[in-house]
Design a protein around this ligand. Structure first.
Ligand code: CTP
Ligand code: MG
Length: 406
């Protein structure tokens, strides 16, 4: 599925994180979603994964009534813009099904009933933004969709005595993951019906939707999107997290010429000006320089190689598309952006008064906290093409962390 398939802005998306389990298979007193993983609780990391997609407008966690203090501690490390997405947590039940249902009823009782809900296990803290994006797009296209990966082991069905009763064809099997994505009304209705059935054990939301007669689509999951289940999983996860990361730096530079017009777009925001910038896309030099800096840090081509100017589909395109794609390339390689810095070079418009708005815009596109984005500006003392007010130039530097290569 294309990462650019557009879900209309009017479609609202909520995330529901089931976090009321006891984590018995880990074998520690503290439920696994509150265990530490690289300086923060597993739950905080799972919340971050879903908040990384700007289309997720609200997040509700379903917690055990005894865990309120643990929950408050876990979310305290999150950035204010992520905390702002969090609704009052709901109280879960004794089964995952009951917890999911409680979360859906809490959303249904709220002010803003979402169009799409993503149901996610708190115990999956490695979900990439690309997977979250795919799940939203798949739910929009199909109504009910879940991520799955091909199984590599042959799977047997056995009876109580351990005798094999069936060997399903491996090519037909998928190991399914979360976030599972549904039209909200459809999943709520299925849960409300399923709660009346006492003898079924629904271990995921797809099973409830299937039981209710809904066809559920499976899209590509990710091998890295593991669910922490045993203490061994935590050992592996902590190794993966420490995972021998290395820092990379990339540089970007871009220039666009002025043309007749009334505003320029810089860093994703529109500034009134005596001219516009001309270019194939929206000519946002700042986002172009940052995008190239990220591609540079990845040693992964440049903006022109990923989005050829000769391709008509990028005509007039919002440059945030390019930057979001570059960020996805980082996360797809298990990396993260540490810092972005940019210098805008022009005599006018004055950047200073808009600096913070520009930083906020860049930070939100990249899913970063504000203190990880620098924006500076300079003139060239009326020298050269920027001094003659013929156009605007921008430089950028991206610092990223990637799993160390061999
Ligand atoms: N979950 C829940 N309410 C329950 C049971 C599970 O919200 N009554 C949540 C868990 O917190 C977890 C997810 O569902 O995020 C997946 O469940 P699982 O991995 O089985 O977690 P636990 O039930 O906590 O672990 P265990 O089965 O080992 O006790
Ligand atoms: Mg369980």
């Amino acid at each position: 599925m294309s990462p650019f398939l557009t879900v209309p802005d009017r479609i609202t998306v909520a995330a529901l994180i089931v976090a009321a389990g006891r984590g018995l298979r880990v074998g520690i007193d503290l439920p696994k979603q509150y265990l530490d993983l690289g300086g923060e609780a597993v739950l905080a990391r799972s919340i971050r994964c879903l908040a990384a997609d700007r289309r997720v407008r609200s997040i509700i966690c379903v917690i055990h009534p005894d865990d309120r203090a643990l929950y408050d501690d876990a979310i305290a490390v999150l950035e204010p813009e992520i905390i702002a997405l969090l609704l009052e947590p709901a109280h879960g039940g004794v089964t995952r099904q009951a917890s999911g249902h409680a979360g859906l009823e809490a959303l249904a009782a709220g002010h803003n009933i979402p169009d799409i809900v993503l149901v996610h296990d708190a115990a999956r803290p490695f979900t990439s933004p690309a997977l979250v994006a795919r799940s939203i797009e798949a739910a929009y296209a199909k109504g009910a969709a879940i991520p799955g990966v091909a199984v590599t082991d042959t799977i047997k069905r056995v009876d109580l005595l351990g005798q094999i009763t069936d060997t399903p064809a491996r090519r037909d099997l998928r190991a399914v993951q979360t976030p599972q994505a549904f039209r909200f009304d459809l999943l709520l209705k299925a849960h409300r019906a399923a709660v009346l059935v006492k003898d079924e054990d629904f271990t995921d939301d797809a099973a409830i939707a299937e039981w209710a007669g809904q066809s559920v689509h499976v899209f590509d999951g990710e091998l890295g999107n593991t669910k922490l289940t045993t203490s061994a999983d935590f050992v592996t996860a902590r190794e993966k997290n420490r995972g021998n990361m290395e820092s990379r730096t990339g540089i970007g530079y871009d220039v666009h010429a002025f043309a007749e017009g009334e505003h320029v777009i810089l860093g994703g925001i529109t500034l009134p000006h005596s001219h516009r910038l001309s270019g194939h896309s929206d000519a946002d030099v700042v986002l172009h320089a940052i995008t190239d800096a990220i591609f540079g840090a990845l040693a992964d081509g440049d903006i022109g190689s990923h989005f050829p100017p000769s391709d008509p589909q990028w005509k007039g395109a919002h440059s945030r598309i390019f930057l979001e794609y570059a960020v996805q390339r980082v996360t797809a390689r298990g990396g993260r952006i540490i810092h972005l810095d940019t210098t805008v070079i022009c005599e006018a418009p004055k950047i200073g008064p808009h600096r913070d708005q520009m930083r906020e815009s860049i930070a939100s596109i990249c899913g970063l906290s504000l203190d990880r984005v620098g924006v500076k500006a300079t003139t060239t003392e009326q020298l050269g093409f920027t001094g003659r007010r013929e156009g605007i130039a921008a430089q950028a530097i991206a610092t990223i962390q990637l799993p160390a290569s061999e």
